[in-house]
Design a protein around this ligand. Structure first.
Ligand SMILES: *Cc1c(COP(=O)(O)O)cnc(C)c1O
Length: 365
């Protein structure tokens, strides 16, 4: 079989070592005689899996002690409702949620939040993040929180806020990091809430990670569903209802793998190297185009277009024949997209670059 490289945006590639270990442990986890899928979530076996996963994620992201890590369900999109439902309870009616609109996912967050509160789009652009000094934030006294999506999976826009901005000190920052969590070093203490669906850079679809500062717990609106009340989930170590146990187990194996590889700093180094290699091939001439401002180009999701779009089908067919899978762009933007998450080895990116060069007729250059 040809070596396969999977560039899917999500559900996405997982480390081969993790899948191999999961396969070996499928029928009998550590001599327990049970598959992880068959275990009580409150039994000692699963509790040990859960606690190791929580501890390892806390270590990988250097999550401070005054933050809780929740393993929830519902995916990234459900958080667009759960965040307002959980944070607005202590806010005066009329509090406004600020948004930085940088693409599809923040766009969806804006729409959903509008069901629960007034929203203010403080800045909007989907190909270059507007300069922070120009963000039109609601005055702190009437601001509920500020929501941003720091990696737009569809648009390929990535950024980090400039925390020297004094306005952050008096505001709660909420970040959707679904598609780049664990790919770069972040300072968790700068955020009120970080959330991420697992299926991009962590594990199987179904698990949703929420990292929340203690003082933001217990502020849910009365209508917030109990199973999604962050305080109830936190007080019950994510076991208020049955958590997605198998997904948490796989996520835990991914966290162990990340630690063995050298942790988040090493992932960031590799992400830079892989992204640099790929963008250089796209920029070599005008055969391909990436339309994102250079300073905001995502290291995880690389959308690109063929200058001659009539060659799209041929491009994808040739890629597939070489084992380069799932390169078709999101239907809303067309073109191509290569997602190069933590589990994508540099060999996969090199194979894609070789193909890009060959297809563009640059062979031998
Ligand atoms: C994939 C994704 C989501 C949505 O995740 P679901 O699990 O499908 O709800 C939200 N935000 C970002 C940035 C994503 O990449």
């Amino acid at each position: 079989m040809t070596q396969i490289f999977n560039f899917s945006a999500g559900p996405a590639v997982l480390p081969k070592e993790v899948l191999t270990q999961a396969a070996a442990e499928m029928l009998d986890w550590h001599g327990s005689g049970m598959s992880v899928m068959e275990m009580s979530h409150r039994g000692p076996e699963f509790m040990s899996i859960y606690q190791a996963a929580e501890r390892d994620l806390r270590e990988l992201l250097a999550v401070p002690d005054n933050y809780k890590i929740l393993f929830m369900q519902g995916g990234g999109l459900s958080q667009n409702a759960l965040i307002p439902l959980n944070l607005l309870g202590h806010k005066p009616a009329g509090a406004t949620i600020d948004f930085i609109h940088t693409g599809s996912w923040s766009g969806k967050s804006i729409k959903e939040a509008g069901k629960y509160a007034k929203v203010n789009i403080a800045a909007s652009s989907t190909s270059a993040v507007p300069p922070q000094a120009e963000w039109q934030l609601t005055p702190a006294a009437s601001a509920a929180y500020l929501h941003m999506c720091t990696n737009e999976t569809i648009d390929g826009v990535e950024y980090q806020p400039d925390f020297s901005d004094a306005r952050f000190a008096e505001r709660v920052l909420v970040a959707d990091m679904s598609s780049h969590i664990l790919s770069r070093v972040i300072d968790v203490a700068k955020y009120g809430v970080i959330f991420a669906g697992a299926q991009k850079n962590i594990g199987p679809a179904g698990v949703t990670i929420v990292i929340i500062r203690d003082d933001l717990l217990g502020k849910a609106l009365p209508v917030c569903p109990s199973a999604f009340d962050f305080k109830l989930v936190a007080d019950n170590e994510s076991m208020y209802n049955t958590p997605p146990t198998y997904g948490i187990y796989i996520a835990g194996l991914v966290f162990q793998w990340l630690k063995q590889q050298g942790g988040v700093a090493e992932m960031e180094r590799r992400a830079k190297a892989k992204a640099d290699l790929l963008y250089a091939a796209l920029d070599a001439d005008d055969f391909y185009q990436n339309r994102v401002a250079r300073q905001n180009r995502s290291r995880m999701n690389v959308p690109f277009y063929l200058k001659d779009e009539s060659k799209n089908e041929a491009f994808l067919a040739g890629a597939k024949a070489r084992g380069l899978l799932q390169l078709k762009g999101h239907k809303s933007v067309g073109g191509m997209r290569a997602s190069i998450y933590n589990a994508m080895p540099i060999e996969g990116v090199q194979a894609l670059v070789d193909y890009l060069n060959e297809f563009a007729g640059r062979a031998g250059k």
